[in-house]
Every structure is written in C-alpha cells, then in structure tokens.
Ligand binder design. Structure first.
Ligand SMILES: [Zn+2]
Length: 314
C-alpha cells in the first residue's frame, strides 16, 4: 500500500476532509458544516473528528502528514490562522493543535495556494514548470507555481491578483481601492452590472428571472441576449486584462482559470484569449496555454493533500 496523506479544506461554510494516496485518489472523505458563528473550539473539534474518521481503518504509520488549506490572512511560518473575515479564529495555532493531537507533521497554507497546488499536481497543470492559477467566483484569487515550487512572496501574500488595478477609476472594491479586477470581473461584479442595467428600460431576457446572478447572465448570453453579452464582454474583458498582466509578469507555461465564472462556458476562455492576443508580448503569448481548471469542488481538499505531499518531500 502506498503512502497516504490527509487534506483538510477549511472554509467559511464547510470543512472538507479527505484521505488520499500520492496521486490524488481520494480513499475516504467527510464534509462537516463549519457553523462559524458557534465559535472556533467546535471547528477545531470537527477537524479532529474528521481526521480520525478518514484515517480510522488505516495503519497508523501509513499516513505521512496532514495539509490544511484555510482562508487568509495566515501566518504560515508560525502555523497561525490570523483573522479571516468568515471564520472566528484570532491568531490560532492550528498546526500545533493538530500536531499535538495526531503526532504527525501538519502544513498550513491559504486556500488559493492550495487550489493552485491541486491543479499543478493533479489537474490541468500537471507537467508544467511555471503555472498561474486564477479563480474568479465571489472574489478573484490566484496562486503561482514558479520553477515547480509554490511562490508565497515575503509575507505569504503573493499573487493577490484580484486586487490589481485594471481600471483607473473603476468600481469600488471591498479592499478600499477602485477598479481592482475583483470589483470588475467577479461573479458579484457581473450580478451588480445586471442589476444596474435592469433598472433602466433596456430590453433583455434577464427580466424573466426574479433574481439575477452571474449564472443567469451566462445562460441568457448563450441564448443570444444582447445585454447579457455586453455585460460579460466587459467583465470578462477586464479579467482578460488581469490574465494578460499576469502572463507578461511571469511568462508562465500555463494559466489555469477556475472558480464559478470559469464554468460559464467557452465564452470565458474566448474573451480572455482575445485580450491576451492584443496585450501579451509575442514570445510569451506563443508559449502560454490557457486552460480551464479540472478539479472543480475538490480543488480545495486535493490542494490540502498536495500541500501535505509537497512539504513532506522537502
Ligand atoms: Zn481590491
């Protein structure tokens, strides 16, 4: 039997824990609700219960290590979850808590880095040397594998690509800046554009829905609705600008696009490719492949597994 690893994807709504082999094959998994408003102690307890559950039928020495992906900000060096907006932790040492309990090495990283590692080890980016992962859903996040290692930067906050400016005086972003790609291209931004447009008397098939989210805009765009297509052309155009900037900055072999927005179909990759053609330097453009992420909802937990594998092999 091969070596085994445990991944924990700690999120604001659920805790997804899995036992996996070195190839990312999940052997046993469990999902528990985070119930963040009930405090951090019960979250730690649920993580411990989940780890016990997935590892209970395997010999103790088969499990090599545990990886945890968590929303930031984190202090990765010291194993701390600092104070994420959607979790009740304040400088909590999750690494020590789990190492004391399970007597195994525990590795922590932010969820974007974990998802990046997942696509690099088990998904679209296998075999690449330099890979950028960009995820657009409620927000826009990113991560980079450079020279086959995850790149964290000096304060482990590298690749905050969602907060790079793509419009000098664009929409106000949650971070306080204006015109961040997150404020122009996220699912939230697409919904906001649609809601604004619906206040006018413009003709659009979006009116048949009681509530319009990015999903309905994608659906109606593919049904030929002019307004929906215009909204997406602009939002995804800005995403294409950010992707082009990342390509020009890092000269990667591959850029992987994930998150809810990437589920919007071929239109997403088409618009991004179009922007890259006019904005990227030719040698970079000719070498860089843009692909849709492959792991979907398992990216987080497989990323935590990938983190455990990569860090254990150091
Ligand atoms: Zn921002």
């Amino acid at each position: 039997m091969s070596k085994l690893f445990i991944g924990v994807d700690l999120g604001g709504t659920k805790i997804y824990t899995a036992l996996s082999d070195e190839r990312g094959n999940i052997l046993k998994e469990i999902i528990k609700p985070t119930e963040a408003s009930n405090g951090y102690e019960q979250i730690v307890e649920k993580i411990k219960e989940s780890i016990r559950y997935v590892s209970k039928d395997v010999k103790e020495d088969k499990v090599v290590s545990i990886g945890i992906g968590s929303p930031g900000p984190l202090d990765v060096k010291n194993g701390l979850i600092v104070d994420p907006p959607n979790l009740p932790f304040k400088n909590f040492n999750i690494v020590k808590a789990l190492e004391d309990e399970f007597k195994l090495p525990v590795f922590l990283d932010n969820d974007a880095n974990a998802a990046t590692l997942a696509e690099y080890k088990f998904g679209a980016g296998v075999e690449t040397t330099n890979m950028i992962f960009i995820t657009a859903s409620t927000g826009v996040g990113a991560g980079a594998v450079l020279n086959k290692s995850i790149y964290r930067g000096s304060t482990s906050n590298a690749l905050e690509l969602g907060h790079t400016t793509v419009h000098y005086s664009g929409n106000r972003c949650g971070c306080g800046n204006r015109g961040c790609v997150e404020s122009m291209s996220s699912g939230t931004a697409i919904k906001k554009q649609a809601d604004e447009a619906l206040k006018s008397n413009i003709e659009t098939s979006l009116r048949k829905y009681e509530v319009v989210t990015a999903k309905e805009v994608f659906t109606e765009a593919s049904n030929g609705d002019k307004l929906s297509n215009e909204i997406l052309r602009e939002a995804l155009g800005y995403l294409g600008v950010a992707v082009s900037n990342a390509a020009n900055a890092f000269d990667p072999d591959m850029i992987v696009i994930g998150g809810g927005v990437s589920e919007g179909g071929q239109i997403v990759l088409d618009i991004i490719s179009e922007e890259m053609k006019s904005r990227c330097l030719k040698p970079i453009l000719n070498n860089c492949v843009v692909k849709k992420a492959q792991l979907g909802g398992k990216a987080g937990v497989l990323g935590a597994v990938a983190l455990a594998i990569v860090e254990s092999n150091k």
